[in-house]
Write a new protein. Structure first.
Length: 276
């Protein structure tokens, strides 16, 4: 409640709750005091008429009204409107026909292993992305307008909440598009449906990564001695740092690789499957 002083406002004027008025000490209330109090009440009335219990400001570009006929409002879950930094976003009911040009960015190690907006665990090595309003699991084709590279990603998170950016790519997607180095790129984003992506192998389970190559080679040999004879060491680079990845494989199907990953979770909780 904004104030217990104002009971209601009507066309006939203010209705006051007299018991809530400031009480002066006996003998100290003067006509001037009463005039000041009434003046304050009029100000409160104006504020109440403008915005209830306070002001609600909408930043430039803020969306308070959903696009006609396209909002997913009422579906619940990740379709519900949400507000970030004073701006309200209305997720679309469908990504069909979506097409947009803008700037892409990417997010990686600092978010790896955290929960995404749809409840998944973010894996920066998978081909996923964050979008402000596209439905979760929508597949989009992203084309880097600077180098012509394309990549297909699945929407599983919300963002980016930075002006002029339309999509936030996983590290794997950004790497495929050549965005990791510059950090951002001009892109075209087009929806291609919401069916699950069919990954093509061979598949590997990445057990760990090391800055020191010799450590990676020693782990490879230990895993090979345990029966993982296809274990390999590959070179990678992230943020200017070279690291060496220890990967178990190769597996013909995603299901085979996933079975091995689950069996290794106790000793390597961060292991994950990649498609080569």
């Amino acid at each position: 409640m904004c104030s217990s002083v104002l009971t209601s406002i009507s066309s006939t004027g203010l209705k006051l709750n007299h018991s809530a008025l400031p009480t002066a000490k006996r003998g100290t209330m003067t006509p001037m005091h009463a005039t000041k109090i009434l003046g304050l009440l009029l100000i409160f009335a104006l504020l109440a008429g403008l915005g209830g219990c306070g002001f609600r400001s909408v930043p430039p570009g803020g969306s308070i009204t959903p696009p006609p006929g396209k909002s997913g409002k009422g579906k619940g879950g990740t379709y519900r409107p949400y507000t970030i930094r004073g701006q309200t976003y209305y997720p679309l009911a469908s990504g069909e026909g979506y097409s947009e040009n803008g700037v892409a960015s990417w997010y990686g190690p600092q978010f790896h292993g955290r929960k995404t907006a749809n409840g998944e665990t973010y894996n920066m090595h998978q081909m996923t992305a964050a979008h402000r309003i596209l439905p979760m699991n929508t597949r989009v084709l992203v084309r880097n307008l600077d180098n012509g590279r394309t990549a297909e990603v699945r929407i599983n998170d919300r963002g980016p909440f930075v002006n002029n950016r339309i999509i936030d790519l996983s590290y794997a997607a950004a790497n495929a598009l050549g965005v990791v180095g510059p950090g951002t790129a001009r892109v075209h984003v087009r929806s291609v449906g919401n069916q699950p992506i069919r990954y093509v192998g061979p598949f590997y389970v990445q057990y760990g990564a090391f800055v020191v190559r010799e450590n990676a080679l020693r782990l490879r040999d230990r895993l090979a001695g345990r029966g993982y004879r296809g274990t390999r060491v590959t070179r990678g680079e992230l943020g200017g740092t070279i690291y060496w990845r220890v990967q178990i494989g190769a597996f013909n199907t995603l299901e085979q690789a996933e079975g091995v990953r689950v069996g290794l979770l106790q000793e390597s909780p961060d292991c994950f499957v990649i498609a080569d």
